[in-house]
Design a protein around this ligand. Structure first.
Ligand code: NI
Length: 254
């Protein structure tokens, strides 16, 4: 059984076959999946989608691309969604993206901090998206020692990942781990504690080899488990079992 700890099943590219995919994922080995919200609207969609499926959960939050929507009213909506729905297991995805700088850095930081405050208040884990903003990202999470979570689709150094795992954070690896040029991700996956590693597809993006460039879906997360098994010299079953348990611990699903 596999836990895909980060998916975007509300993406319009699933419109044609979403129901069939959702219905058949358990037969394809998916035991749990976390559908990550990216904005207030997509967070509500993710919750609605999760309701009929035992294996599907969701998070609520505004991604750095939507940081400009974060205000007291939106935060209050997230607060209510978290308190009223056991399907909501995390705040996210939140964070900083200085690669696509559509939203000014100061606006991104303010939204990230406000949502970290919400996670602290509600005592919930967070899903962090951080790209090319390593220093600011680390500085902000250090301001919240009681808040833990995952750096999803990890793109930092092995050294920074060590710092994160020492602080109790998890590191999420996508299909990027299977790419030929994935030197940094491979090094990180080899050097951090196994009990802090989770796997994800981040679908519909980041399809693993040999499906690179095609539409990704949660069933393909097995490729990330296979690659992790190879890198850590453990069996594929072990890689699946360990990352499944890690995901449950991360999102507190006991
Ligand atoms: Ni994502």
């Amino acid at each position: 059984m596999l836990f895909d700890t980060h998916v975007h099943l509300n993406d319009p590219c699933f419109d044609g076959d979403r129901e069939e995919l959702l219905r058949t994922l358990p037969q394809q080995g998916i035991g749990l999946a976390m559908n990550a919200g990216c904005s207030l609207e997509s967070s509500k969609d993710a919750l609605k989608m999760a309701q009929p499926y035992d294996y599907l959960y969701c998070s609520v939050g505004s991604h750095p691309d939507s940081a400009d929507e974060v205000c007291d009213e939106v935060l209050e909506e997230y607060r209510k969604l978290c308190k009223q729905n056991p399907k909501v297991k995390a705040i996210g995805e939140i964070g900083l993206d200085y690669y696509y700088e559509d939203i000014p850095r100061e606006v991104q930081k303010k939204a990230f901090i406000a949502q970290m405050e919400l996670a602290r208040e509600l005592d919930m884990p967070v899903i962090v998206h951080e790209r090319e903003a390593h220093e600011d990202g680390m500085n902000i999470i250090r301001q919240f020692p009681t808040v833990k979570g995952v750096f999803h689709c990890y793109s930092g150094s092995a050294e920074m990942a060590r710092q994160l795992t020492n602080l109790g954070w998890y590191i999420g690896f996508t299909g990027v781990l299977t790419f030929k040029n994935a030197r940094k991700a491979v090094e990180t996956a080899q050097r951090i504690p196994l009990d802090k590693i989770v796997i994800e597809t981040d679908c519909p993006f980041m399809a693993p080899e040999p499906f690179r460039g095609k539409r990704n879906n949660p069933a393909l997360v097995y490729r990330v488990a296979e690659k992790l098994a190879e890198l850590r010299d453990i069996s594929v079953e072990e890689a699946q079992r360990i990352t499944f348990e890690n995901g449950k611990r991360l999102y507190r699903m006991d």
